[in-house]
Design a binder for this molecule. Structure first.
Ligand code: KG4
Ligand code: ZN
Length: 347
């Protein structure tokens, strides 16, 4: 099945053309075209994503990326168009949806709305090979807008077991980065500093709290950790590169600890989980990946699946895969029927 996928939920404009075949738990996915434009540098001066600027950039870039992605491909051969419906920034989501629906009308193809978080989940099926998805599966979804533990009993059956009560973990990385004077998006920069500190065997020097690890539920909270960093750095000389790296290391250790501890609690609570998925932008974090491997070793029956670094952060390939795995209602014809849903929750 040839799928044209479009992603515009935040500050990445992405278009991909996939050829997918085979069972949905383990499809074979060939990328026929893939273009992505990150607007991150444009949002840098705002310290976060500025929705109207994102919208303007998506509008400008979508036709360019479409042309690049399609190349000489005959659009008659497209079987479906997949587009992110939410969650995300509504002005940004609408640009992708309107664009997809116009293409659907022009080419007379069905348009499939996709939950961005399911995109993150099913990103692990790209080049899964023998790593087919076995159920029950547990997904730790970690991005700039979400921190969730989702139980997947089968494709189409989801239960959110826990979520953040305030900031998402990626957001906490971005905010702490800003405190340290690092540009947006700060997650990769904090992680880079922390890795450097580890390579140089620098001690963290500080110990930050691990909020909620003893709560009886599977929820997270990162705002207290962020505030603890804010108070600590008031007394520190951040001009000193070692100090900065130590703060990054101590923060990363605390944040990743929270993720791993809660995931372990979820695995213990559910029992019998066959696949552990860790996905979303923060899944490209090296320390999280190492710790996830160690965690998986504690459970002999668990297979750990994580997307590649490129597929961890927002992209259109994952949206196409999710549409193949779980095609939701199709829209055909003249009327626009997909509604952007900024707060869409996995169901
Ligand atoms: O999934 P994503 O691309 O967009 C959303 O759906 O939000 O995730 C972006 C988030 C940002 O907060 C970014 O700082 C964070 O993922 N991130 C990282 C790393 N790479 C990206 N956080 C920690 N370590 C990283 N290496
Ligand atoms: Zn995302």
């Amino acid at each position: 099945m040839k799928i044209l996928a479009i992603e515009t939920s935040c500050d990445e404009t992405a278009v991909a053309l996939l050829d997918t075949i085979g069972p949905v738990e383990n499809p074979s996915v060939t990328v026929l075209g893939n273009s992505l434009f990150s607007q991150a540098h444009l949002h840098e001066e705002y310290g976060g994503v500025y929705p109207n600027l994102a919208k303007r950039e998506h509008l400008k870039n979508l036709p360019i990326l479409l042309e690049k992605t399609l190349g000489n491909f005959d659009t008659k051969d497209v079987d479906m168009i997949a587009v992110t419906q939410g969650p995300g920034l509504e002005p940004a989501l609408w640009t992708g949806i309107t664009f997809a629906e116009n293409l659907g009308k022009m080419w007379n193809k069905p348009v499939i709305p996709v939950d961005h978080m399911k995109g993150h989940i099913y990103s692990i099926l790209f080049e899964a090979g023998e790593n087919k998805l076995d159920f029950p599966a547990l997904a730790l979804l970690v991005s700039g807008g979400h921190t969730e533990i989702v139980l997947i009993n089968s494709i189409g059956s989801y239960e959110i077991l826990g979520r953040t009560l305030d900031d998402a973990v990626g957001e906490a990385f971005d905010k702490v980065a800003r405190m340290l004077g690092l540009p947006y998006p700060g997650g990769p920069k904090i992680s880079g500093l922390a890795e450097e500190a580890r390579d140089r065997s620098l001690e963290p020097g500080y110990k930050f709290p691990r909020p909620m690890i003893n709560s009886k539920d599977l929820n997270f909270s990162f705002s207290g950790l962020k505030t603890a960093v804010l108070y600590k750095i008031k007394d520190l000389d951040l001009e000193n590169e070692n100090t900065k790296a130590q703060v990054a290391l101590a923060f990363e250790d605390a944040a990743i600890d929270c993720l791993i501890i809660k995931t372990r609690q979820a695995l213990d609570k559910i029992g019998g989980v066959k696949t552990l998925i860790i996905a979303g932008g923060v899944a490209s974090n090296k320390e999280l990946r190492r710790r996830a491997h160690d965690l998986a070793l504690e459970f002999s029956e668990i297979k750990l699946l994580m997307p590649t670094k490129e597929l961890s952060t927002d992209n259109a390939i994952m949206i196409g895969i999710a549409a193949y795995v779980e095609p939701t209602k199709q829209t055909e014809g003249v009327m626009s029927r997909i509604e952007a849903s900024g707060n869409l929750s996995i169901s």
